[in-house]
Design a protein around this ligand. Structure first.
Ligand code: KG4
Ligand code: ZN
Length: 337
């Protein structure tokens, strides 16, 4: 069957649309909303308003770049949660209208599932059981998949997500937003042993995470330092902070991969773009002989191609949603929707 799926992603501050056909990306347009930079974080109402303005032009650009008329689309996949409710509603309602007008299936996708399928988009034959580390601005989870769409969340953050620790840390350091890429960049020329920030392993053989302590430790460290010292030592502070954040992710992923006899390991989400996390996990997986899969950088941060990929796989299996589907701001991957 000639499949042609439009993906839409508006869960946070990226307005994105993509067209895929049988696992091949025909177009992927991502518009990042610059309006939040001055606030050092996403302002929900401004995000919704920007999505409202951008959704039609971005979808039109995606169709045009793919060389596809909207009449040729035979399915719409749209993020239905988790995320900012006002932002989700823009994409979801647009997707519903389009699916109804064109009389084609609509499928509501969990954003975390989208991130995971961004890896399948780049590496279609990933073997199961597959262990994925999901690391983004809103999520830090270890997810075990026994097959397509079969998820067991074996660990998750009890407080902040690791991406939030990067963003808030960068804000405290006076860097810009989003902070992850900026810390990553500065850390490359810094000494990771400059300062020992705490690693939260949590007691017992537990795969949960905690990142609020790391953020507080940075705040306390900075309280006793003046601006000049912070500026001169910026690269060393970034390298030490990043090392603490990434080390816990790597150690827990390696332990979980062994304990659950994973046949493959992946890392997805915005923080999967982190250069230390990518190289460290790659090295660890190579040494224990478990195949390791990463999406290319463009499919790590939020994009609609990953949503379209999950949607295409679901539609292929007859797993479309009803048109009365709601937005689910706190939707967990292992919840029944
Ligand atoms: O997946 P994503 O685009 O949005 C959410 O679903 O949250 O992830 C965004 C997060 C931000 O916290 C950003 O700082 C982080 O990913 N990020 C990075 C890097 N690139 C993006 N964190 C560390 N190192 C990076 N290179
Ligand atoms: Zn995301």
């Amino acid at each position: 069957m000639n499949s042609c799926i439009l993906g839409i992603e508006t869960s946070c501050d990226e307005t994105s649309a993509a067209v895929i056909s049988n696992g091949t990306v025909l177009s992927s347009i991502v518009s990042s909303q610059a309006v939040h930079e001055q606030f050092g974080g996403v302002v929900p109402e401004l995000a919704s308003r920007a999505h409202i303005r951008l959704i039609i032009p971005i979808v039109e650009q995606a169709l045009q770049k793919a060389g596809v008329q909207k009449e040729n689309i035979n399915g719409v996949a749209v993020t239905a949660g988790p995320g900012l409710v006002g932002a989700l509603l823009v994409g979801l309602n647009f997707g519903k209208g389009l699916a109804q007008a064109l009389e084609i299936p609509l499928v509501g996708i969990n954003h975390v599932e989208g991130h995971i399928y961004g890896n399948f988009l780049a590496n279609p034959g990933i073997p199961f059981p597959h262990l994925t580390l999901v690391v983004s601005g809103g999520h830090t989870q270890l997810v075990l998949m026994s097959g397509h769409f079969s998820y067991k969340v074996i660990g998750r953050s009890r407080d902040d997500a690791v991406g939030e620790a990067f963003d808030k840390g960068a804000k405290m350091l006076g860097l810009g937003y989003p902070g992850g890429p900026l810390i990553d960049q500065d850390a490359q020329e810094g000494n990771a042993n400059f300062h020992h920030f705490p690693r939260a392993y949590l007691k017992g053989s537990n795969f949960d995470f905690s990142y609020s302590g790391l953020k507080t430790a940075l705040m306390i460290f900075l309280q006793t330092k003046d601006r000049e010292y912070i500026t001169t030592q910026m690269k060393n502070i970034c390298a030490s902070y990043q090392q603490a954040a990434v080390e816990v992710l790597v150690r827990k992923t390696v332990t979980a991969a062994r304990q659950y006899n994973a046949n493959s390991v992946g890392v997805v989400g915005g923080v999967a773009a982190n250069s230390l996390l990518r190289s460290w996990l790659h090295m660890e997986m190579e040494s224990i002989g478990i195949p390791f899969y990463l999406p290319p950088l463009i499919y790590c941060t939020d994009n609609a191609a990953m949503i379209a990929c999950a949607g295409e796989e679901r539609i292929k299996r007859g797993m479309a949603s009803k048109l009365d589907i709601n937005a689910y701001p706190s939707w967990q991957l292992d919840d029944k929707q």
